[in-house]
Design a protein around this ligand. Structure first.
Ligand SMILES: Nc1ncnc2c1ncn2[C@@H]1O[C@H](COP(=O)(O)OP(=O)(O)OP(=O)(O)O)[C@@H](O)[C@H]1O
Length: 265
């Protein structure tokens, strides 16, 4: 399903949601770690597209290659063969400096461990990617992102003065503030209780529905996957299935099929 922005004429929206454009894609992407006895094929010719304005969850059994796929697709990790593109930029053509700039300017990240700087306030953490890039925040956009994640009253607090859920909301705002082409989350609710996790997932969902953001999230949690428009399933480094309009129940059933196969095969 392609999410329709709630404010389609909003001039601040990052880019129109056409439903057809691809924010990022991999083609025959393979990643091999080690060699000889220690050789592990973490990704085996994975081709997947992430459409603009869509929220995709990546799922599959432990060790199937979810984080590796996310890291390669986000330009955080090198790959062995195949290709990755963000927008129309082929990552394999970039040198390290160009890759760093691409990540800084066009990709947002949310990690399980929040990764905030403890000496900076919430506001300083949120605007850090722009500060590093020498750019000023667009005040209206900043205000909108901060309001969306409910942090307006906490901007002067340092991470140590915030709950885990509030810290992850800072990380969500930081990921959105530069209006990246795509936001990647690696188990973004892994360190949160279910209520705080639901809030963060709700904000990610809102960023897709209201702001037209593209989000790709690795998760183990069928409930978290239920916030997505689509789930792609990996198994043993391969893309094996896909589900549109997932519900936690359907995702859980699909995950159980992996368990059954693992136990019987
Ligand atoms: N740096 C590395 N060196 C060697 N092997 C690695 C490395 N990183 C990952 N692997 C292997 O690659 C495979 C895929 O790992 P990956 O972390 O992508 O899986 P995952 O699906 O994200 O796992 P989990 O759900 O447990 O976090 C695993 O077999 C893992 O052991």
């Amino acid at each position: 399903m392609t999410a329709v922005p709630r404010f389609p004429s909003d001039p601040l929206a990052p880019r129109p949601t056409t439903g057809a454009a691809v924010a990022a894609a991999t083609t025959d992407l393979s990643k091999v770690y080690g060699d000889g006895d220690t050789r592990v094929v973490a990704l085996d010719r994975v081709s997947v597209s992430f459409r603009e304005g869509e929220f995709t969850a990546i799922m599959g059994p432990s060790g199937c290659g979810k984080s590796t796929l996310m890291h390669c697709a986000a330009g955080l990790d090198s790959f062995s063969s195949g290709s990755v593109r963000i927008g129309t930029t082929e990552l394999g053509d970039l040198d390290d400096g160009q890759l760093t700039r691409l990540r800084r300017d066009r990709v947002g990240f949310i990690f399980q461990a929040f990764n905030l700087l403890p000496t900076l306030t919430a506001l300083e953490n949120i605007t850090l990617p722009l500060t590093i890039a020498g750019r000023r925040p667009d005040p209206q956009w900043l205000d909108r992102v901060v309001s969306m994640v409910g942090l307006s009253q906490r901007l002067g607090h340092r991470p140590g003065q915030l709950s885990g859920g509030q810290q992850q909301r800072v990380a969500v705002a930081r990921a959105l503030v530069s209006r990246p082409a795509i936001v990647f989350g690696d188990e973004p609710t892994g360190n949160l209780d279910s209520r705080a996790g639901a809030e963060v997932l709700g904000f990610l969902r809102d960023s897709v529905t209201e702001l037209g953001q593209t989000v790709v999230m690795v998760t183990h949690d069928p409930v978290a996957a239920g916030y997505a428009d689509r789930v792609v399933f990996l198994s043993d480094g391969r893309l094996v299935d896909e589900m549109a309009r997932p519900t936690p129940e359907r995702v859980l059933d699909r995950m159980k099929a992996f368990d059954t196969r693992a136990h019987t095969g």
